[in-house]
Design a protein around this ligand. Structure first.
Ligand SMILES: C[S@@+](CC[C@H](N)C(=O)[O-])C[C@H]1O[C@@H](n2cnc3c(N)ncnc32)[C@H](O)[C@@H]1O
Length: 264
């Protein structure tokens, strides 16, 4: 991924499809079993990370996370994300990891009747966001963005991933696989946008570093090796036009243009 090279094909968990030292030859029963075991444990980790967003947490989320933590700890007020939505929302939008649906609720609709699909690994999140956004009659899909996706309502002209990448429990070098799973559902010229807390390449204070470590210990944040450099490489290797700004400990990204034809 770094250096703008086209990424290698990946397995459903987003790992490069390349035998590791000691792997059995593909097709051998032991290698197939090892692969299946790894896919199962990756999925269990992803489900555990998304399960943090219980109904009780979702009740407090807008005020506590988007209000207080965003501004005071990450030093990126939520109006920054809101302006990303206002700039990039389209008539056919896919929201990955909608949480409470706050940003879609607060953003002006780009057309009178936008088509909206919500994707999340946590059914309780989907139920909460669907209720809040009922005026758009959204389609909902329970799925893991770390795996290839089956989605209704596409191809989408905009896709948002706000505060999602830092929740994904995989190495930073593998997070770009998320875009590989979204690309087949994006129309030519579609935009992908969002924000994510990074550990490296952004400005941290002692308070934000402490928060990053504490939330990682509790399995809420998985951003310990996430960097601006890797985020940039993940986007630039897949899209023609990328823009990343940092504000406090957060990177805000927008990528547009025709998805690049992938080699291999
Ligand atoms: C920190 S919340 C962000 C919520 C919202 N986007 C916002 O900015 O307020 C992360 C969201 O991503 C979802 N999520 C986490 N891991 C996921 C995965 N592997 N696939 C799909 N959704 C996931 C969570 O359930 C949750 O809704």
């Amino acid at each position: 991924m770094p250096g703008g090279h086209p990424p290698r094909p990946r397995d459903p968990a987003g790992r490069p499809d390349r035998p590791a030292p000691g792997d059995r030859p593909p097709g051998s029963p032991r290698s197939d079993r090892a692969r299946a075991d790894r896919a199962r444990s990756d999925r269990a980790r992803a489900e555990a990370a998304a399960a943090v967003y219980t109904p009780a947490v979702l009740k407090l989320y807008d005020a506590a996370v988007l209000g207080a933590v965003c501004s005071l700890v990450w030093r990126c007020p939520r109006r920054e994300m809101l302006s990303l939505y206002e700039r990039n929302l389209s008539a056919r939008h896919l929201e990955v990891g909608p949480g409470t649906g706050y940003f879609l609720d607060r953003s002006p609709a780009p057309v009178p009747e936008p088509r909206l699909t919500l994707l999340d690994l946590n059914p309780q999140v989907l139920a909460t966001a669907r209720r809040r956004l009922a005026r758009y009659s959204p389609a909902v899909r329970c799925g893991n963005v770390l795996e290839p996706l089956e989605l209704d309502g596409g191809p989408f002209s905009s896709v948002a991933l706000n505060f999602v990448l830092h929740c994904l429990p995989c190495p930073a070098t593998e997070k770009g696989a998320v875009f590989d799973h979204l690309l087949p559902h994006m129309a030519p010229g579609a935009r992908v946008f969002g924000s994510t807390v990074l550990a490296h390449g952004v400005h941290h204070t002692p308070l934000s570093r402490h928060h990053l470590r504490t939330l990682a210990r509790h399995g809420v944040l998985h951003a310990g090796d996430d960097s601006l450099e890797l985020l940039r490489a993940a986007l630039e290797s897949r899209f023609d036009h990328c823009r990343i700004r940092t504000r406090g400990a957060v990177a805000l990204f927008e990528a547009t243009g025709r998805p690049r034809r992938r080699r291999g």
